[in-house]
Ligand binder design. Structure first.
Ligand code: SF4
Ligand code: SF4
Length: 410
């Protein structure tokens, strides 16, 4: 993983770890590549990697490369919610060609189950077919799996943990170009949150997501970020927004620079995104050289509506999780318990009057025993809110409740 920096430009900053301090340098001016995916995502991925310097320049002498996609939940890449397998495949091929091992490390949002998410997305088979090793670290932050970082200059998130095995690894950040109902946009700077243990993610939400994203990026510097805009999502992202169909990949070393370029592509002023505004103020504006295609604004993005009551209730789940986790079974969190009641969160509901009990939704659901055809109840303890049942119902008997993703039977 690359070094932490206190600003942008020639960096001689320190990457503080419990065990050691690493000093390294990054180039003054980043090269940012933009390319369309008209000839396929894999071809486009190989192109941006080549244009930004080639995979060998990122891997250097690392034995493993950590691929960090955005698998926030079991919603396919076709919805614009998650990183496409085609991008991961191309990156893994490049890593193999450099003699290193690609390793996938990702934990979904706190309200989702990692194994169920992997099942819905088909992560196991994809990784097995493409020689990618999956590393399942303890999401609750057990001592053996994690090391602590204390990034210099951090203002809110003064310490957090990253997986121990990442110390000597090349870190390849593979986010999606999409909006986010909490952080407005989720791009390169936010994506590494998915490798932090849940207690540290909870701290980020409690202390303020925008300043904590900036602090996290003082400690985590990906060697390469490739933003997957092959589909992308605007409106009420990151899961239930509108497919954007951008057909673009954007790559570079500097996450802030990459994020600023992505904002240009979707017509959003970076200062409208709280963590980018703070990053510009605290870290300074990076410099970059554009290569590839100069595409202008591909699509004017609609940012999510900011409903303060929703944001407050969402925020409240995190401080409440501290006392909850003292008494709850390990791995249980306040939000998962709250969502499992079926009273909150995006969730499918079956309308008895329209349902013919054809069973198609049960056959389509990627998980066992979630929909009970006799009672037409959905088990919200196990439902992962992928909405595949809603999409296949021939009678339009399923509606979707919740703040984001609400859908009436069509
Ligand atoms: S697919 Fe629709 S009609 Fe068929 S059982 Fe499910 S909810 Fe009922
Ligand atoms: S019940 Fe519907 S939303 Fe829930 S996991 Fe099954 S298919 Fe997905």
């Amino acid at each position: 993983m690359g070094p932490a920096t206190s600003g942008y430009g020639v960096s001689v900053d320190v990457f503080l770890r419990k065990e050691k301090t690493m000093v390294a340098t990054q180039p003054d001016i980043d090269t940012i590549s933009i390319t369309r995916t008209f000839d396929g995502i894999e071809a486009a991925a190989h192109r941006v990697i080549s244009q930004t310097g080639g995979m060998a320049s990122f891997i250097k002498d690392a034995k493993i490369a950590v691929l960090k996609p955005n698998f926030v939940a079991g919603r396919s890449a076709e919805t614009g919610s998650t990183t496409s397998f085609a991008l991961l495949k191309a990156v893994a091929e490049e890593v193999h060609a450099c003699g290193a091992e690609p390793v996938l490390c990702e934990t979904p949002g706190t309200e989702f189950d990692r194994e169920a998410t992997y099942t819905i997305l088909g992560v196991e088979k994809f990784c097995a077919d493409n020689g990618i090793r999956i590393v399942r670290i303890d999401p609750e932050g057990g001592e053996q799996d994690w090391i602590e970082l204390r990034p210099a200059g951090a203002k809110r998130l003064r310490r957090f943990r990253i997986p121990r095995f990442m110390q000597e690894a090349c870190f390849i950040n593979l986010p999606v170009l999409k909006t986010h109902v909490v952080s407005t946009m989720t791009l390169g700077m936010k994506n590494p949150m998915g490798i932090l243990p849940r207690p540290d993610r909870r701290a980020m939400h409690t202390l303020g997501i925008a300043p904590c994203i900036v602090d996290m990026n003082r400690g985590i510097k990906p060697d390469l970020t490739i933003i997957d805009g092959s589909v992308g999502q605007d409106g009420e992202g990151p899961l239930y927004g509108d497919k954007a169909d951008l057909q673009v990949l954007v790559a570079g070393r500097d996450s802030l620079a990459v994020d600023l370029v992505c904002c240009q592509l979707v017509g959003i002023k970076p200062r409208a995104i709280p963590h980018l505004k703070l990053a510009l103020e605290q870290l300074g504006k990076p410099s970059w050289t554009l290569v590839g295609e100069d595409v202008g604004v591909i699509k004017q993005f609609r940012l999510p509506e900011q409903k303060s009551l929703y944001r407050f209730i969402f925020w409240l789940m995190y401080p409440l999780d501290y006392p909850y986790s003292w008494v709850a079974e390990r791995g249980r969190h306040f939000c998962t318990t709250l969502y499992s009641t079926g009273l909150v969160g995006t969730r499918p509901q079956i309308n008895d009057a329209s349902c013919t009990r054809c069973g198609i939704c049960v056959e389509t659901c990627p998980l066992p025993n979630v929909i009970d055809l006799k009672t037409l109840q959905v088990n919200y303890k196990t439902c992962q809110r992928c909405l595949l049942c809603y999409e296949v119902c021939p009678e339009n008997a399923i509606s979707v409740k919740g703040y984001s993703g609400t859908r009436k039977p069509s």
